[in-house]
Design a protein around this ligand. Structure first.
Ligand SMILES: Cc1ncc(COP(=O)(O)O)c(C=O)c1O
Ligand SMILES: N[C@@H](CCOP(=O)(O)O)C(=O)O
Length: 463
């Protein structure tokens, strides 16, 4: 299995190389050269299997010879052993034909744990084997950072720096990043918003001396391995609802487009997904792009679903690559326009290709609060604000003949203020985290400045 860059100018890599390098040398994102197929019989055979076995069968063809079967199976088993639900990604019925897929039973209470726990294991195995080390730098609007710190804390071969926007993550998210005591993890609060953090991360990858000097690695969804691990729960959910005999649709609360792109890959592998619905908050660049063809960035406005306060949505580049018939030059040109002019227009042909797979909708702040309240009143469930954005958009896009699954991307206790404001109920943290608010925090403050951030990292990495 080989991986190619969406901008067509970087070396073609193996799974291990793509995983350890993150962003391609030409600024693009790695995607598989071809998407492996699962037949109807392969999909039918997933019925009733434990999540770990589904994960093995879905991901195995993408990994090539990087890991042998026994090792890969063991790493998957270790990755999900800490999850608080036997089904790992259980389905819960919300109403007739509408289901939630609960992705928040991992150690940091958000869907990011599905991929991060796995790539923590994969990195450790690959680095131990080669005797090398890496410096991971991540950008977060809250959940990726906490999941990465949890997955990599205490590892000898890895130093981790997480850039998060100062004052723009929830207190629970911040404390999950700032209270771990291990010396190899660092939470860095930068002035600015998530897009600034992600832009500085990409600048570091474009700065070859720094990139090579610190052996820079990425754990954001620019890393293909992150997307791959997220493909699995589309299969487990669809099979539980009758695939391959029955089609299923998914609505995905979306920011950086990684999670929904994983659904697109599942569909490309043969899973009978009817519609993939992009659900955004008022930072709605993706909804505007799919409905009008204009991908134009605006100001990132804070919201009660802060993890989706994103305007420059990295993985959209992967979808564009396919929509432009895998023409890396065309994608590179669009990304140049984005950098120089803040946006681009998607060609008619590419827009039609995108619309073949994706629908989209948006939820205002009032919609989100009202959905948290209505869902609680109707079902007794407390949902996080990101999930509420998904539920609201899903209800608008449902074809009653096809089951709809909304991805429940975080636990409501990560965003207690928004949930309490909507329902009057403050969701408690699970017992194992009950002292989170008393633990001591360790925060580095930094300007939104490449040189300053690189200096902090260079001073702190262990050699
Ligand atoms: C809770 C939550 N929901 C949804 C999203 C959106 O996911 P993605 O960035 O993969 O689109 C994120 C992070 O981005 C998140 O943390
Ligand atoms: N919502 C994310 C933003 C980064 O997304 P990623 O999937 O590219 O890591 C977060 O919580 O940090």
């Amino acid at each position: 299995m080989k991986y190619v860059s969406t901008r067509g100018q970087a070396p073609v890599l193996s799974f291990e190389e793509a995983m350890l390098s993150g962003l391609a040398r030409d600024g693009g994102l790695y995607v598989p050269e071809t998407v492996p197929q699962m037949s109807q019989a392969d999909i039918r055979a997933l019925h009733g299997l434990p999540y770990e076995e589904v994960a093995f069968r879905v991901m195995r063809p993408f990994v090539g010879d990087t890991f042998d079967d026994a090792t890969f199976g063991d790493l998957i088993a270790k990755s999900y052993a800490q999850f608080g639900h036997a089904a790992r990604a259980p389905l819960k019925q919300l109403g007739s034909g509408h289901f939630l897929c609960e992705l928040f039973h991992g150690p940091t209470l958000a869907f990011k744990d599905f991929a991060m726990q796995l790539i923590g294991q994969l990195f450790e195995e690959a680095l131990t084997r080669s005797g090398s080390r890496v410096t991971i730098v991540g950008a977060t609007s809250g959940d990726t950072g906490s999941a990465a710190i949890e997955a990599f804390r205490g590892l000898d071969a890895v130093d981790v720096f997480i850039l998060y926007p100062h004052g723009r993550v929830s207190e629970v998210q911040r404390r999950q990043m700032t209270t771990p005591v291990e010396e190899n993890v660092h939470a860095v609060a930068i002035d600015g918003h998530f897009d600034d953090a992600q832009a500085r991360l990409k600048d570091m990858f474009a700065h070859d001396d720094f990139r090579d000097g610190v052996r820079l690695a990425a754990v954001n969804s620019i890393n293909w391995a992150r997307v791959l691990a997220q493909v699995v729960y589309y299969f487990s959910a669809a099979v539980s609802l009758g695939a391959p005999e029955r089609k299923v649709s998914f609505t995905v609360p979306t920011g950086n487009f990684g999670d929904i792109f994983a659904g697109y890959i599942a569909k490309g592998m043969g899973l009978p997904i009817d519609r993939l619905v992009i659900a955004t908050n008022h930072n709605d660049i993706l909804h505007r792009a799919v409905s009008t063809g204009n991908y134009t960035t605006g100001r990132v406005e804070p919201s009660i679903s802060p993890s989706m306060d994103i305007q420059v949505s990295s993985n959209f580049e992967r979808a564009l690559f396919d929509a432009y018939d895998r023409d890396g030059n065309a994608v590179a040109q669009l990304m140049d326009e984005l950098k120089s002019g803040g946006g681009f227009h998607v060609s008619q042909g590419a827009l039609e290709a995108l619309r073949d797979n994706f629908d989209s909708g948006r939820a205002s702040e009032a919609n989100t609060s009202a959905t948290i309240a209505a869902t609680h009143a109707r079902t007794g469930e407390l949902v996080c604000p990101h999930t509420a954005v998904g539920i609201k958009v899903a209800e608008e896009h449902r074809d009653r003949a096809v089951p709809m699954v909304t991805l429940a991307t975080a636990h409501p206790a990560k965003f207690p203020d928004a949930v309490e404001a909507a329902t009057g109920i403050r969701p408690p943290l699970p017992e194992r985290m009950s002292d989170l608010m008393e633990r001591e925090e360790r925060i580095t403050r930094a300007p939104n400045d490449l040189a300053a951030l690189e200096e902090i990292i260079q001073e702190r990495i262990r050699t």
